[in-house]
Design a protein around this ligand. Structure first.
Ligand code: SF4
Length: 360
């Protein structure tokens, strides 16, 4: 392996904890060397995710980059050249670029933007996602928004107090929320954020309040939820890991807010004791006690609230029933509604569906 490839492998491994993607894929990048990683086929597997600077002077207690003592960094020229070589070989299909903050945040952010500008000048027209660092200038955010398909700034925690527990150097209001408002103005509909679930011992009720505020104020196109994993050598090394299901439940809850017209107040009813979700689909929890929905008469909004029916399924039902009313469970399968959850909540012209008759 050449020196450049070794550096790429290490800075790719260091950057694996951020979530993002074109295609809204949530798979974490492999810690494997980028060359091996990029040989995987399709989807996120073709996106190179890498740090420009592999050291950081900030103190985020959950992060491994802060432990890195060896100064490991690409110049914008080096990274752009290395990426373009991989891209021209067809080994990678997109770039997610972030960075540790080795000293001055303006230098690190400027280098991120410059890398994007070099890539565009040299003809790269593929997917480019640039991370906005906390405390970045408005001018850098504007330039990043111009050059990238997507930009993102991570909340990491749900409030100033919670962030203070795990990343004391960052000022939640100034460094993150204020910058995120600029991000939203410069790249409306093209920005995302991430929350590290469980790192700061927040409840799900707090995450819900934070999300409601996000969708009201800055409208991120996606919020990513990363289940906290304790890393050896960090101050949170002995903090319990967040179970993967908790982040999964958050993706489900987030879909309800974004795509199912469920309000934050409604979703609060799915929280259990202490303000936490149980390990169950929040949609099932919310709607299990509702009366049955008539598949031939219900408006789209009611169909959407049936567990097992998503926006596409509801639209297919509406289209099919205009041609011929649904007469039984087999029609559901033809509409692409699979699984047993929907059957428990549907009637066909007044008759309660018998779940065991579903032909899935
Ligand atoms: S700012 Fe925090 S999370 Fe980001 S690289 Fe530095 S220590 Fe890690």
């Amino acid at each position: 392996m050449s020196v450049q490839e070794q550096k790429l492998a290490r800075l790719t491994a260091a950057g694996r904890f951020d979530l993002c993607s074109p295609g809204e894929c949530m798979r974490l990048l492999s810690a494997a060397a980028s060359i091996n990683y990029s040989r995987r086929a399709g989807g996120c597997g073709r996106m190179l995710k890498v740090l420009l600077h592999g050291t950081c002077s900030y103190d985020c207690a959950y992060c491994s980059v802060r432990l890195q003592r060896e100064r490991l960094a690409f110049t914008p020229e080096e990274l752009a050249g290395t990426f373009l070589a991989l891209w021209r070989e067809g080994l990678v299909g997109g770039l997610f670029l972030s960075s540790g903050i080795a000293g001055d945040v303006d230098i690190a952010m400027h280098d991120i933007v410059e890398t994007g500008e070099i890539l565009r000048r040299r003809g790269y027209d593929g997917y480019l996602h640039l991370k906005i660092l906390p405390g970045s200038t408005r001018a850098d955010i504007r330039d990043a928004a111009r050059v990238a398909d997507r930009i993102s700034i991570n909340l990491e925690a749900t409030s100033p107090d919670r962030l203070g527990c795990v990343a004391g150097v960052k000022d939640y209001r100034q460094d993150i929320l204020k910058r995120q408002a600029w991000v939203a103005e410069e790249k409306p509909g093209g920005h995302t954020t991430q929350i590290v679930v469980g790192a700061a011992d927040e409840t799900d009720a707090e995450i819900l309040s934070c999300l409601a505020d996000q969708y009201r104020r800055v409208r991120p196109s996606r919020v990513y939820f990363s289940a906290f994993r304790a890393l050896a050598g960090t101050p949170l090394a002995s903090h319990p890991d967040t179970p993967a299901w908790r982040a999964r439940r958050w993706y489900q809850a987030d879909y309800l807010l974004r795509d199912y017209a469920v309000t934050a107040d409604e979703l609060r009813a799915a929280l259990g004791e202490g303000g936490f979700f149980a390990n169950r689909d929040p949609k099932e929890v919310l709607f299990e006690d509702r009366g049955p929905v008539d598949v031939n008469l219900a408006p789209r909004s009611d169909l959407l609230r049936v567990p097992g029916i998503g926006p596409k399924g509801a639209d297919r039902i509406l289209a099919l029933r205009r041609v011929r009313p649904f007469s039984g469970p087999a029609d559901l399968a033809r509409a692409g509604i699979r699984g047993r959850a929907a059957g428990r909540h549907l009637t066909f012209g007044g008759e309660k569906t018998v779940q065991t008759r579903l032909a899935f």
